[in-house]
Design a protein around this ligand. Structure first.
Ligand SMILES: *[C@@H]1O[C@H](CO)[C@@H](O)[C@H](O)[C@H]1NC(C)=O
Ligand SMILES: *[C@@H]1O[C@H](CO)[C@@H](O)[C@H](O)[C@H]1NC(C)=O
Ligand SMILES: *[C@@H]1O[C@H](CO)[C@@H](O)[C@H](O)[C@H]1NC(C)=O
Ligand SMILES: *[C@@H]1O[C@H](CO)[C@@H](O)[C@H](O)[C@H]1NC(C)=O
Ligand SMILES: *[C@@H]1O[C@H](CO)[C@@H](O)[C@H](O)[C@H]1NC(C)=O
Ligand SMILES: *[C@@H]1O[C@H](CO)[C@@H](O)[C@H](O)[C@H]1NC(C)=O
Length: 478
């Protein structure tokens, strides 16, 4: 044994050597609802996801932001979107904006610990200049797209390609469904990986965000779903599941699986208008109801002591960055909003988080509320919580969606208060009954609000026009 190792033992801080650090695979499903996985809803066919979830730890109280860009801001930076200016909505194609460059991203932290870092999938954290893009923000390699949504087969947004292999346009994947390409790229990286380094792979899949597209074979797995849109959507979930299965198989084939930690999470609740489902939770994507913010999430693998099947502790999206850095043997930053739950999760201990902000959106139009705070069991919503509201079961009663109504309730009450532990489905508004609790949470909210950075939501800029860049969405215009 080397002197350095002996010394470390003596000090009881034996640092992990590069080869002891776990490989980390961080999978994000886009817009996947609470009730859209087999381990919650037996109508869904997701055997690979179910196996990892039920053999790992399912998070019952892992919160995300109501939308893509804000949640991804939190995943990468460990900061609340209201501290990064990304709290209002998603970044639009031609908006000259990205997550502030002075925030250190998760792959940058992991690189310092010796990791090889790869990203495959959707970015959506801004691309107006190269410094904003994945290969400049900590990833050794990138394959995927910069915007928030595009066609699954031709990979174009607004008529122009958004698909890249590292920094070059990937023009020759037209016709290939993105889940296949992404899974294959992940498999290739796993097979080529030099095992003397730990591996970090960030895999934010396109599935199951709109447009609702999937090869027919997957749709056909659901002959008993009458509604056309929901049947296709379910097929998209099953294609995602197969992609997850292919990646885990590659890890096994390469002998890496035993030392791999997998984190799976959605970025927000399911979008009810587009067939996502969060039953029995209230609301969905875009809202700060539980259906928009309580995410489907689980962890599997290296380092976890399986005490229980589920973990009830409170976790917020900002916490994943420091949690994964701790799992990698790194020390966590003290200047970010997130806190590590690594020890709590792996030993089944209570969460050290007791409160969080659902959102603080100061941008004026449209006012989808988006101000909310949780303190202990209580949740305060200020203003309009967002649409759609209500409790929706999976669509199945009509063939076409148009006739199936989604309920929209305009924000009629300026303040809502719920006890989420007793009433997770938000049926029983306590605001009138408990004015003191409303005041307490409002005061706490105001404290957070003092630290808010104004939403950075500029007008779209013609300088982004892809025609100037060979008909491909390309950085270089801000
Ligand atoms: C990043 O810059 C913004 C202003 O542009 C500032 O508000 C914020 O505190 C800075 N954050 C860090 C981590 O330096
Ligand atoms: C890509 O497919 C969409 C349909 O989802 C279509 O509207 C668009 O014109 C196609 N774009 C290209 C460049 O082929
Ligand atoms: C696209 O081109 C790249 C680079 O030549 C190649 O590695 C890749 O296999 C091609 N993909 C397809 C789907 O043809
Ligand atoms: C998974 O791998 C199998 C076998 O290589 C392949 O046929 C299938 O298309 C892959 N599925 C996805 C979603 O990548
Ligand atoms: C893997 O990395 C190690 C350490 O950097 C190096 O010595 C070795 O040659 C690499 N192996 C391959 C196959 O590239
Ligand atoms: C959808 O409804 C039909 C009856 O119209 C029923 O047979 C089927 O089981 C339902 N499917 C699901 C997934 O609930």
């Amino acid at each position: 044994m080397e002197v350095r190792q002996l010394l470390a033992l003596f000090l009881c801080v034996l640092p992990l050597s590069a080869s002891q650090r776990p490989n980390i695979v961080f999978i994000v499903a886009d817009d996947l609802g609470w009730n859209d996985v087999g381990f919650r809803n037996p109508d869904m066919k997701t055997p690979n996801i179910d196996k990892l979830a039920t053999e790992g730890i399912i998070f019952e109280n892992a919160y995300v932001q109501p939308l893509c860009t804000p949640s991804r801001t939190a995943f990468m930076s460990g900061m609340y979107p209201f501290h990064a200016g990304t709290q209002h909505a998603t970044i639009l194609h031609a908006q000259p904006v990205c997550v502030p460059l002075n925030y250190t991203f998760l792959p940058q932290e992991l690189k310092r610990l010796g990791y090889a870092t790869h990203m495959i999938g959707k970015w959506h954290l801004g691309f107006c200049k190269w410094e904003c893009t994945p290969t400049y923000r900590g990833f050794d390699t990138f394959f995927g797209y910069y915007n928030g949504a595009e066609d699954y087969f031709n990979h174009s947004v607004g008529g122009y390609l958004d698909y890249r292999d590292n920094e070059l346009p990937a023009r020759n994947y037209s016709g290939e469904y993105s889940a296949f390409t992404f899974a294959q790229r992940a498999v290739d990286i796993i097979h080529r990986h030099n095992v003397s380094q730990p591996l970090f792979m960030y895999l934010p899949y396109q599935n199951v965000h709109g447009p609702i597209e999937v090869p027919k074979k997957y749709e056909d797995m659901y002959p008993n779903v009458y509604n056309d849109g929901r049947r296709r959507y379910n097929g998209m979930v099953s294609a995602l599941d197969e992609a997850v299965g292919n990646v885990t198989k590659a890890l096994k084939d390469r002998g890496l699986f035993e030392n791999t930690l997998i984190l799976f999470t959605t970025d927000n609740g399911g979008l009810i208008d587009l067939y996502g489902n969060n039953w029995p939770l209230r609301g969905g994507k875009r809202t700060i109801w539980e259906g928009g913010t309580r995410g489907t999430s689980f962890m599997y693998g290296a380092g976890l002591q399986k005490i229980k099947t589920t973990y009830d502790g409170m976790i917020h999206a900002v916490d994943w960055k420091p949690t994964l850095v701790s799992a990698a043997g790194g020390s966590t930053e003290t200047t970010i909003d997130g806190m590590s739950h690594w020890d709590s999760v792996r030993y089944g201990l209570p969460s050290s988080r007791t409160e969080f902000i659902y959102n603080i959106d100061d941008f004026e139009v449209p006012i989808e509320g988006h101000a909310g705070i949780r303190v202990g069991d209580y949740k305060l919503i200020l203003g309009y919580p967002g649409r759609s509201d209500g409790w929706a079961k999976p669509k199945n009663t009509t063939k076409a969606d148009a006739t199936e109504k989604t309920i929209y309730i305009k924000g009629d009450a300026p303040v809502h208060l719920f006890n989420i532990r007793e009433d997770p489905t938000e049926h029983n508004d306590l605001a009138q009954q408990m004015p003191d609790m409303v005041a307490k949470l409002r005061a706490r909210f105001e404290e957070y609000k003092k630290t808010m950075v104004p939403a950075n939501y500029p007008k779209q800029d013609h300088a982004a026009d892809p025609r100037k860049y060979g008909n491909v969405w390309t950085p270089g215009w801000c």
